[in-house]
Design a protein around this ligand. Structure first.
Ligand SMILES: [Zn+2]
Length: 248
């Protein structure tokens, strides 16, 4: 048993015993871990803020057999803007849920750590949370090995839109080829935006206009792929987001 230090983003917390919390965090060096924060529900101030979801901290932890223990830590970035805006907070929690769902415990995933931090930072100043979400989903899929095949029709190689997206095979199929059950219609414009997000990541994302209708199309594709990639039936935070996106 040993101690280790790492930067980490708090993904989720739950009350545990009388005064403790279980803190699920994504560490830069050790991947996803769950740590007990003892007594944290009885204290106020900075130590409490340290274990709020979305906080980026530098933590000292004690390695346990199944659960680690949080010994101490300091806040590096609280992501206050995200914590104080209900819509942004919901998007950020959705990003956290996707990371939690796609990673096994204690398997280093520095690329996903960096991707999550970049997405949270982008969410703080981007005028479109939906655009940030679609870009995050696609780049997460890429890191997980589920990059959608968007260059040409899976069957005949045609590059002519419109297409349908086959979630089972992970790529687009043209109008002239047989389509599998469960495939999703996608326009040429949606395919172009997805390619841009995969090629450029968050670089100059704010100059890329994504109308809501395209965001919707892309979301259907990324949702299907993310559910496949994680083996989940649904994402808990997505229901809340759906209502925000419909209210727009
Ligand atoms: Zn074809």
């Amino acid at each position: 048993m040993s101690e280790f230090r790492s930067h980490a983003v708090v993904l989720r917390t739950q009350d545990y015993r009388e005064a403790d919390k279980l803190v699920t965090m994504l560490t830069r060096d050790e991947g996803k871990i769950t740590a007990i924060a003892r007594g944290v529900r009885k204290i106020k101030g900075k130590s409490k803020a340290l274990v709020e979801p979305l906080t980026l901290g530098f933590f000292l932890l004690h390695r346990g057999k199944s659960l680690d223990t949080l010994i101490q830590g300091e806040i590096v970035k609280p992501h206050r803007k995200l914590q104080s805006d209900l819509v942004l907070f919901s998007y950020a929690l959705y990003f956290c849920e996707l990371c939690e769902a796609s990673l096994p415990e204690r398997e280093p995933a520095p690329e996903i750590f960096d991707l999550l931090l970049t997405a949270l930072q982008q969410l703080e100043h981007d005028s479109s949370a939906m655009r940030v979400a679609r870009c995050f989903e696609l780049n997460l899929l890429e890191v997980l090995g589920y990059r959608p095949l968007l260059e040409h029709c899976l069957h005949c190689g045609s590059e002519s839109a419109p297409f349908r997206f086959d979630p089972e095979r992970g790529g687009i199929v043209c109008a002239g080829c047989p389509v599998a059950a469960g495939s999703i219609p996608v326009s040429g414009a949606a395919v172009a935006v997805m390619k841009r997000f995969l090629e450029n990541g968050f670089y100059r994302l704010t100059v890329c206009a994504v109308p809501d209708v395209l965001s919707e199309e892309i979301k259907r594709v990324t949702s299907a792929l993310l559910l496949n990639a994680t083996g989940k039936a649904r994402f808990k935070t997505m229901g809340v987001l759906q209502s925000f996106e419909e209210m727009k």
